[in-house]
Design a protein around this ligand. Structure first.
Ligand code: GLY
Ligand code: MN
Ligand code: MN
Length: 499
């Protein structure tokens, strides 16, 4: 079938709603004008039959089913008597009739464990307390109407879907047809909240029932729930860091190929590991060689990789359950730091050590940032790049010309996790066991910075690790990757890079 037909069929599915599976070939032909005209009655009849029953009756609940149930209970307790709507989101067009790979909204995946496009979790209030949660999904493709092969969303095009009974077993929730959701929501009475920005269709059905302010409260609550990771999430973050360490090793092993080509080779190498062991990379990999390392979010990754330069690699594998690592190492391309690179690297390392030491329960979130900034400022004053005293520089924030960014952020299903949390619970909050955050100080001397000696220009160094707050301090989940300069050099030599 031509792409044109597929696109038309997809459009038909979007506009037809619940009618589609109930209608026969004659309706289809008229409706799909241009798509089904070529389908003879004989072919339509032929395609209806001869398909095996593939229903899986052996499925066990997903490992996090207990966790998702507990999370829903917590959400329910916060919003008694209100209908809560949490969509997975829809496919986004990349161009014409191709779409970006789908990634479910974190709120939806967090509360259900499912990651299917178009899914919607609806929590119906049951009296004054409690909710009944229902998962709305697109059912298996209908064979009778030919939808499975004639529609662009039919299973023959996009792959077999989980059946409602299979999904009930997997997720521990009743499952209904998502095509009934717009009608259900339009007719709903009583207070409703929706997680916005994921599904325009769902929001359209609720326009006269919701307010931005109340919906924001729901988003904030779901963001704050994720500040403390449960055991399942900690295991996922650990797995993400382990895969990420292997991805960094992959890159070091092929550095000569990157030298022969470009930063693209590094991006592709890391992506291979992410895709084979996880779902994807958790964010666009930053593969920044030479002066590109001074651009904080260098994701073009199309520049040369030269011996003698540093490579700043900031990358993270995202697991199949959508938890990402966020790790940075700054590596000498030829395996040995030059004396100046080493001096700056050691300052960043020392700042990171001070930052990590400040991560413990009861500490303020800002403490590790302040500890790292102090070390970097001391070095900048020592090197004569800033005039002391250190206290004055810190007060005025003058070091920030070269330290540029905050020293870390929460990590989880989003690389910058819990972004909707209120200031008092996050940036002005207190660390608690189960929080997971990055500690990532850096120094960046832009290539055109006339305020530093020429030899500093174009050097950018960041070291970033993923730190779990524990009962008595912290655990570095990404410790498998060396950080001290001499350990980095020894590790690179072991992997075949010799200066
Ligand atoms: N990779 C983005 C960051 O470190 O925050
Ligand atoms: Mn990073
Ligand atoms: Mn980060």
């Amino acid at each position: 079938m031509a792409e044109e037909q597929r696109a038309e069929a997809r459009e038909a599915r979007d506009t037809e709603g619940t009618q589609e599976t109930a209608e026969g070939p004659a309706d289809r032909e008229e409706r799909k004008n241009g798509v089904t005209r070529q389908v003879s009655d004989e072919l339509a009849e032929n395609m209806r039959q001869g398909w095996a029953d593939t229903e899986r009756r052996d499925l066990a609940p997903i490992p996090q089913a207990g966790h998702t149930a507990r999370r829903r209970a917590e959400l329910s307790a916060r919003f008694p008597g209100e209908r809560l709507v949490i969509p997975a989101g829809r496919l986004k067009t990349r161009s014409n009739d191709t779409e970006y790979p789908f990634r479910a909204a974190v709120e939806y995946a967090y509360l259900t464990g499912d990651q299917t496009e178009d899914g919607v979790l609806v929590m119906e209030p049951t009296g004054e307390r409690g909710h009944e949660a229902t998962l709305y999904l697109l059912p298996r493709s209908d064979r009778e109407s030919g939808e499975f092969w004639l529609s662009g969303q039919g299973e023959l095009w996009v792959g077999r879907r989980t059946s409602p009974t299979e999904a009930e077993r997997l997720y521990g929730l009743p499952v209904k047809d998502v095509r009934t959701v717009p009608d259900l929501l339009s007719k709903a009475r009583g207070p409703v909240r929706v997680v916005r920005s994921h599904d325009a269709g769902v929001e359209a059905a609720l326009t006269d029932k919701v307010t931005a302010e109340r919906d924001e409260e729901l988003r904030v609550f779901l963001s704050e729930m994720r500040l403390i990771k449960d055991d399942f999430e900690i295991a996922e973050l650990t797995r993400a860091c382990e895969s990420t360490a292997r991805g960094f090793e992959d890159v070091v092993r092929v550095l000569d190929k990157a030298v022969a080509t470009s930063e693209r080779y590094i991006e592709g190498t890391f992506f291979l590991r992410a895709r084979v062991e996880g779902n994807d990379v958790g964010y666009g990999s930053i593969c920044a060689a030479g002066p590109h390392a001074t651009t904080l979010h260098w994701v073009r990754n199309d520049g040369p990789v030269r011996p003698g330069d540093l490579l700043l690699l900031d990358a993270g594998v995202e697991t199949t359950e959508l938890y990402t690592a966020d790790v940075t190492r700054t590596l000498p391309v030829n395996g040995r730091f030059s004396p100046l690179q080493r001096r700056i690297y050691d300052a960043v390392y020392e700042a990171q050590e001070a930052g990590i030491a400040a991560v413990r329960p009861g500490a303020k979130f800002r403490d590790f940032h302040e500890a790292a900034q102090r070390v970097l400022t001391e070095r900048l004053v020592e090197w004569g790049l800033l005039e002391g005293p250190v206290e004055r520089v810190l007060e005025l924030g003058l070091q920030r010309r070269w330290t540029l960014h905050g020293t870390g952020h929460m990590l989880g299903m989003d690389v910058h996790d819990c972004a909707a949390a209120r200031r008092e619970t996050y940036v002005e909050g207190t660390l608690e066991p189960g929080m997971c955050l990055t500690v990532e100080p850096g120094l960046y001397f832009q290539p055109d910075d006339l305020t530093v000696p020429e030899e500093y220009r174009g050097i950018g160094i960041r070291i970033e690790d993923d730190i779990l707050v524990t009962e008595d301090g912290n655990r570095n989940l990404s410790a498998a990757l060396p950080r001290r300069a001499e350990d980095v050099e020894a590790w690179m030599a072991e992997l075949g890079v010799r200066g």
